[in-house]
Design a protein around this ligand. Structure first.
Ligand code: CAP
Length: 456
């Protein structure tokens, strides 16, 4: 028998293996001159053993942990591997599971195998015994809904903005932009590169931001939220930034959320934030993720996988994209990304995952969304229980950020009422002015809008 054959057993199924293994579904293309079946045997061998040659150090205990390829479809490239639970890494600290160890096995050195032209992880399934070794979110969107005085199980869209321009504004201008948005909306989030730049040092910006928030709360009589970015390289520096924010917002800590990049700073940064700041909502950003998750990329792992991992790590919310309705890559069929993090049992592209009561993560919807694009996005998703984080859609409204915020709220209302957008615009001036603000979108989404709204 060829050595690679030891790692293939096509008589097994998801059901046979699910309880004792992590199951992983890949799309794989062998390199030229390599046969599909032999390659998947080598892929499975490399996944579990870190080599493809027979070893003199092998023993029965190690062999019991072989990774097995149990499904192979040369026509589609689908390969499913089963990873025995004994392969996975657990913390000395508290016995919890580690995503770094998980990724090392599922998308580690196998990504660079010479026998493989392309291999991408599209889905995985965890059995209860392993899933429950992850912490999951401590704080959920219910905390924001409670703070905003809404229903805590389905409180509707949290109208949020990402501060734009993303760099260059001085502390006073940032705080003023946030204040203006809060007069019409709920939440303001730092953009991902906003940190401690010389033109806007955190020590100056954060107290001004806290003051703006209180002012907006006083004037509107509504609760407001600020999500501060604490992404950086060093956990000690993250802690320092978090402490500074907590001190600036000490009068109303309920209004403070934190924001960490789960891709650039990685799982350790997200885990650190989730553990240290467990009473706060932690948003997971993912700037740069398309370098590996893009649907056009045939290596790495998908956005679906990245998002599912964020729930395991404990993100209260994670950017899920706009499913083709915004300006970033995406597709209507990406809906399962948002469902997987927000339901107790959900179907992914290849596996159905039971979360066994793990807290849910909220979708954070961002990337080119404005009042005109929002209703079709909502129609595709089917609900509005998420956090909207609009940049240009908020600060690009021709009447300013307050009107931008109101136009987004009105867009949700328009969809909830199933109203005709032109009729709705007649009584909702901020929504109506969104047509003029985003004319290029209006021309595509609502041809004829100029005549209908008297703008001809
Ligand atoms: C949006 C944004 C968001 C990305 C995130 C940006 O601004 O601030 O970070 O959309 O994408 O810089 O692009 P706009 P994703 O609203 O002005 O587009 O959620 O897909 O990770």
């Amino acid at each position: 028998m060829d050595h690679a054959d030891r790692f293939i057993n096509l008589s097994l199924s998801d059901t046979d293996l699910a309880a004792g293994h992590v199951l992983a579904a890949y799309i794989l293309t062998p390199a030229e001159g390599h046969d599909f079946l032999t390659t998947i045997g080598q892929f499975a061998a490399e996944s579990g053993r870190g080599t493809q040659v027979p070893l003199t150090t092998d023993d029965e205990a190690a062999r019991a942990l072989d990774v097995i390829a149990y499904q192979a479809e040369p026509s589609t490239g689908l390969v499913k591997l089963a990873f025995p639970l004994g392969l996975f890494d657990f913390n000395l600290l508290d016995g919890k599971a580690s995503i770094t160890g998980f990724l090392n096995l599922l998308v580690g050195n196998t990504q660079g195998m010479g026998e493989i032209a392309a291999v991408k992880l599209h889905d995985f399934h965890l059995p209860n015994t392993y899933l429950t070794r992850f912490k999951g979110p401590s704080t959920t969107i219910a905390k924001h809904w409670q703070h905003l005085g809404r229903d805590q199980s389905a409180g509707g869209m949290i109208t949020g903005a990402i501060l734009k321009p993303k760099l260059g504004l001085h502390p006073e201008a940032l705080a003023e932009a946030a204040y203006q948005f809060w007069l019409g909306g709920d939440l303001v989030e730092n953009d991902q590169p906003q940190g401690n730049q010389s033109f806007a040092p955190l020590k100056t910006t954060l107290p001004l931001m806290a003051k703006s928030l209180l002012r907006a709360q006083d004037e509107t009589g509504e609760a407001k939220i600020f999500s501060v970015n604490i992404t950086c390289d060093d956990p000690a520096e993250m802690d320092m930034r978090a402490e500074l924010a907590l001190s600036a917002f000490k009068a109303n800590p309920e209004s403070l959320a934190f924001h960490v990049d789960a891709y650039l700073a990685g799982p350790m940064a997200l885990t650190h934030a989730c553990r240290r700041l467990r009473r706060h909502f932690i948003s997971a950003h993912r700037a740069g993720h398309a370098a590996i998750t893009s649907a056009r990329s045939t290596r790495g792992y998908s956005a679906f996988v990245l998002t599912k991992i964020a729930r395991l790590l404990g993100a209260s919310g994670i950017h899920t994209g706009t499913m083709g309705f915004g300006r970033m890559e995406g597709d209507e069929a990406d809906r399962p990304i948002a469902c997987m993090i927000a339901q107790d049992r959900a179907k992914g592209p290849y596996f159905e995952q039971d979360w066994h009561g793990m807290n849910r993560s909220a979708a954070i919807v961002s990337g080119g969304i404005n009042a005109l694009r929002l209703p079709s996005f909502l129609q595709n998703l089917g609900h509005s229980d998420f956090i909207l984080a609009a940049g240009g859609g908020a600060f690009g409204h021709i009447d300013g950020p307050t009107a931008g915020a109101l136009s987004l709220r009105q867009a949700e209302a328009c969809w909830l009422e199933r109203a005709d957008p032109f009729d709705f615009a007649k009584d909702h001036p901020e929504f109506a002015r969104a047509f003029l603000s985003f004319e290029a979108d209006a021309d595509i989404i609502h041809p004829g809008w100029r005549a209908a709204l008297g703008q001809a």
